[in-house]
Write a protein that binds this ligand. Structure first.
Ligand SMILES: [Zn+2]
Length: 450
């Protein structure tokens, strides 16, 4: 399989690319964030290109290791007829960044575009609030060899975009996926709007092309639509050529000049990429590769970790944040920001654990209660009666009692049913009200049973 991606994402700006209309198109009533410029009414001239949009596009290009077109990054008019495009052309820049790389996949180019409006064919209405919102299109070389690789690349790309704070992330993503097998004709799938969608569309399309090839049918070069609900692709139209778009330079916009200073200023404030951050975490905090990867999977998680390790041992914090915190967030289907769990909360909890004021088991119970909870971990621990750890003597005593009271479990254990120790362990936990350390308890039970 050979696959290349064209990924559109909206840039994070207050106003549109060539006018002062706001970009909060989702909240605003239909056709209220509009003006003669973004409706392309006759005689309306664009303002100079939004500087924030240029800056964001440059930063993303640099974070994706691209070279920058400094001398004549101009806008072209790309012509096509569709109800979402009032002018009949879309302004699209020549590549601003080119020859980049991410995850071993080469990036051919990154250019800026204006978003068209939103046409709803079933109702026959168009909402132009979105018209003129700045986009970037990121185009890869056809280096992707499997649906899994496409998924990994997109995940990493979304992470970089989040880190850059210059783009709006997966929620605004639209990807076109080009795929061919065994050097056959290339099929383009349009308007896939999630990582999962891209993965499933590719899986389907590869099977479809393989089946056609097996039956000796040549694969047609065409554009297909991916139908999310049915998880299939259907033919849309035969592929148009670049000629069909009748590209011409936009005479209303001067070419953008990008100075060395502009680039250096961006490099100065550019966030570390997730990849580099993970590398640094491994080295600086002495944690393993897997932990570093998980902890840098969200910028907020990474920032929080760096706050926490000012007071907590890095390995201990990594273990708890990677396993327990992540588990709780995944279970609740929220990210760290939505959970309202702060660095301070985690420091308080980890202090209780590190100073053996509570057991691991108690810590797990507390962290489960922490999302969107106003009480601090310490207050939670007190309210739940979890403060205090039973010392070894206490565990031995409870273990002996559990063994005495449950001869059947002991017999099962002696007959080779080793997992009956879990039952005895539950009894010890009950007797110590969850304040015995599980690791120690298992050891003591094993010794006593022997
Ligand atoms: Zn406008």
């Amino acid at each position: 399989m050979m696959c290349g991606l064209e990924i559109h994402v909206q840039l994070e700006t207050e106003s549109k690319l060539f006018c002062e209309c706001k970009t909060n198109y989702k909240e605003a009533p239909a056709n209220t964030n509009i003006c003669p410029i973004c409706l392309n009414q006759p005689g309306a001239k664009p303002y100079p290109t939004n500087e924030k949009a240029i800056k964001n596009a440059l930063m993303i290009s640099l974070m994706l290791n691209c070279k920058i077109e400094q001398n004549q990054a101009y806008f072209m008019r790309k012509h096509y007829d569709y109800p979402d495009l009032s002018s009949g052309y879309q302004r699209t820049s020549i590549p601003i960044g080119y020859e980049g790389e991410l995850n071993g996949i080469r990036i051919r180019e990154i250019h800026m575009e204006e978003d068209p409006g939103q046409y709803k064919p079933d109702r026959g209405t168009v909402d132009f609030n979105r018209s003129g919102i700045p986009l970037i299109e990121i185009v890869t070389e056809p280096d992707i060899k499997s649906p899994e690789e496409a998924r990994n690349f997109l995940k990493e790309l979304i992470r970089v975009l989040q880190y850059s704070k210059g783009a709006r992330g997966e929620g605004t993503m639209r990807a076109d996926v080009n795929v061919s097998i065994n050097g056959g004709n290339r099929v383009e799938m349009k308007n896939i709007n999630s990582i999962k969608g891209a993965f499933k569309a590719l899986k389907f399309e590869v099977v479809r092309q393989k089946n056609l090839t097996k039956r000796g049918i040549e694969i047609k070069q065409e554009t297909r639509a991916y139908l999310e609900t049915q998880m299939i692709t259907v033919s849309m139209r035969d592929k148009e050529n670049a000629d069909d778009y009748r590209f011409i330079p936009d005479p209303d916009l001067p070419p953008m000049q990008i100075s060395d200073k502009q680039i250096n200023d961006i490099i100065e404030i550019m966030p570390e990429t997730p990849y580099n951050k993970a590398k640094r975490f491994e080295k600086q905090y002495g944690i393993d590769k897997e932990s570093a990867k998980v902890l840098t999977s969200e910028i907020d998680l990474a920032d929080t970790y760096e706050n926490v390790v000012k007071e907590i041992s890095p390995e201990f914090a990594a273990l708890w944040m990677k396993d327990e915190l992540k588990r709780v967030l995944t279970y609740n289907k929220i990210d760290l920001v939505e959970s309202e769990i702060t660095s301070q909360d985690l420091i308080e909890l980890f202090n209780l654990l590190e100073n053996k004021k509570i057991t691991t088991k108690a810590g797990q119970r507390i962290i489960e209660k922490m999302p969107n909870e106003e009480k601090t971990p310490k207050v939670l621990a007190e309210e739940l009666g979890l403060i205090g750890v039973v010392e070894e003597d206490g565990i031995v005593k409870a273990a002996k009692q559990a063994i005495d009271e449950n001869p059947k479990a002991v017999e099962d254990y002696n007959n080779g049913q080793k997992n009956s120790i879990n039952f005895l362990m539950g009894q010890v936990m009950r007797l110590t009200r969850g304040k015995a350390d599980p690791g120690e308890t298992v050891k003591i039970l094993n010794d006593l049973l022997k």
